[in-house]
Design a protein around this ligand. Structure first.
Ligand SMILES: [Ca+2]
Ligand SMILES: [Ca+2]
Ligand SMILES: [Ca+2]
Length: 287
């Protein structure tokens, strides 16, 4: 429960409390706390100063009463079927396009990374590509609570822009469905909600079909007894159809970072159609 304080002293002493935490205080011209015994509501009104001030070590937020922001962790593993097609190592993806993956995410948040994140580590933590991760409401999985770009390693670990850490969302600790999508694969959603908090809990969506909504209809069997997102959705509409294949034909013979490169080797060739998209023609997302 948060209390409302109507004087400045507590905030102004923060300058002498380096590296210590102080109880959150609200400075406001008016406000109150109302309780009926089971529900408590804090509110403030009439804030005049609303800018955020920081000297680098201490931050003072002003204005409307703000909740405690926490970063919840999602440490998930998935595999991409396209990147498994040419992989020499079982249960591990190729990183053949690592050197041409853009430092700006291809997804809407346009997250950026340092180019060094794409360096060759000589191990299974090399970056394969960008993915798009969503949190969905536990009571209505059609409601997207939060979403962000992330990176995926050869072993399937979804990581933050540093290339190694689990990803975070600024959301309350709670139960969520997680969705993972990739620019030319069908997205998947967890079959059940998962409890996310500041605790690092590992979620493997590549080891059995029961962990994903739609089960065997949502995943492709790949090497090492693993399961992967289904490849072939060139236009990203959640279906693998003739429209995807026909659009890819126009790009045959070209090279580069392109959604038509289904097997993720940097080339757009007949193999991308015949060995990746066409075998999945007619499949669709299961959530
Ligand atoms: Ca890893
Ligand atoms: Ca499609
Ligand atoms: Ca290719």
């Amino acid at each position: 429960m948060r209390k409302i304080t109507f004087f400045l002293a507590a905030v102004l002493t923060a300058g002498s409390l380096m590296a210590q935490s102080i109880e959150r205080q609200v400075v406001a011209s008016a406000g109150s706390t109302i309780s009926n015994g089971s529900i408590t509501m804090d509110f403030t009104v009439g804030e005049l100063a609303v800018s955020t001030i920081s000297n680098g070590s201490i931050t003072l937020t002003q204005g409307f009463q703000q909740g405690d922001a926490i970063m919840i962790l999602l440490n998930a593993r998935v595999l991409l079927q396209g990147a498994m097609l040419n992989s020499a190592v079982a249960a591990e993806m190729t990183d053949a396009i690592r050197t041409i993956v853009p430092t700006t995410s291809p997804y809407t948040d346009m997250l950026t990374v340092d180019a060094g994140v794409f360096n060759d580590n000589g191990n299974s933590d090399n970056i394969v590509d960008w993915v798009w991760v969503e949190l969905r409401d536990a009571n209505d999985a059609s409601i997207m609570v939060d979403a962000r770009s992330a990176l995926i390693q050869k072993d399937g670990d979804i990581v933050d822009v540093d290339g190694v850490s689990p990803i975070t969302f600024e959301q309350p600790a709670d139960n969520y469905y997680a969705v993972v999508n990739h620019r030319n694969h069908l997205g998947i959603r967890t079959a059940s909600t998962i409890a996310l908090s500041t605790t690092n809990t590992f979620i493997d969506l590549s080891s059995n079909t029961a962990s994903v909504a739609g089960g065997t209809n949502a995943l492709a069997s790949v090497s090492g007894g693993k399961f992967a997102l289904i490849v072939g959705d060139y236009n990203g509409d959640g279906q693998v159809q003739n429209t995807d294949i026909n659009a890819m034909r126009a790009l045959l013979g070209t090279a580069g970072y392109d959604a038509a490169d289904m097997n993720m080797d940097g080339q757009i060739q007949l193999t991308d159609i015949n060995l990746a998209a066409r075998p999945n023609n007619g499949k669709g997302e299961q959530f």
